[in-house]
Design a protein around this ligand. Sequence first.
Ligand SMILES: Nc1ncnc2c1ncn2[C@@H]1O[C@H](COP(=O)(O)OP(=O)(O)O)[C@@H](O)[C@H]1O
Ligand SMILES: [Mg+2]
Length: 285
Amino acid sequence: MSTSISTSTSTSTPTSNITSTANATQAKSEFAVELIDLRKSFGKTEIIRGSSLQVRPGERVAIIGPNGAGKSTLFNLISGRLNPTSGEIFMNGQRIDGMKPFEISRMGLARSFQVSNLFTRLSVFENIRCAVLWSLGYRYSFWKFLADLTDANDRADEVLKMIKLDRKRDVLAMNLTYAEQRALEIGITIAGGADVILLDEPTAGMSLSETTRFIQLIREITVGKTLLTVEHDMGVVFGLADKIAVLVYGEVIAFDVPDAVRANPKVQEAYLGSVLADENQAAGH
Ligand SMILES: Nc1ncnc2c1ncn2[C@@H]1O[C@H](COP(=O)(O)OP(=O)(O)O)[C@@H](O)[C@H]1O
Ligand SMILES: [Mg+2]
């Protein structure tokens, strides 16, 4: 029913709704990300069917659920790649549904994709620096750009250390190992200094030992930031997440601390029961 709010009237004024306007500067929302009764249909098929979620600043939230449940779609809605059919999305108290992806990104949200988006023929350093420069925006004069370039170089080196690729600084991205490429992608994602980070299956395709190291890396670089991550590996989920959201057929059927989610009969029935059984079987139990 409702259409997305328009941002076309002004380029500089943040979009606001009636309730948040009065308090926009004084009271920051208690939630870094808030979804209210979000819905998204493709054609006649409703894929996101009334999802609500409240993520506090600094929380690490894992989103789990069967294939096709709508996890990536949810990320596309939050990051502005898709507009919801109805419902509301807030980031730090500001309504963002209807905004353009770059506007949401400028507000401090960064996301990674399930598919790789590296510049394979650029060096590790250059990949990060592109991301830093991009985050600074294009609307700069040449002189400002040169000044920013020094800052961008420093920031790029800082990010390289964080993702532990400083020793691979001048290697072409195509010559990195798979796990290093995924680390570089995380570096690109966080390069702009976003404080809300969405990672879509960051450990997909990794071996167990790579996954373990990678999760430690994610833990380190997201300290003090809000993290939403889609993850299949239940070991990873239970080790990393402060809270778990279980998405089944476009609905959040549970959102709680890991132990509570594990014990939730609804979750057992809809998803976890079969996943844990599969894992036990794979482990030979
Ligand atoms: N752009 C799109 N157009 C039509 N259907 C889509 C589109 N994106 C996703 N879907 C459908 O929405 C459902 C959920 O997809 P997705 O969000 O990728 O699930 P998940 O990430 O949980 O595996 C799937 O059935 C998928 O085919
Ligand atoms: Mg997906």
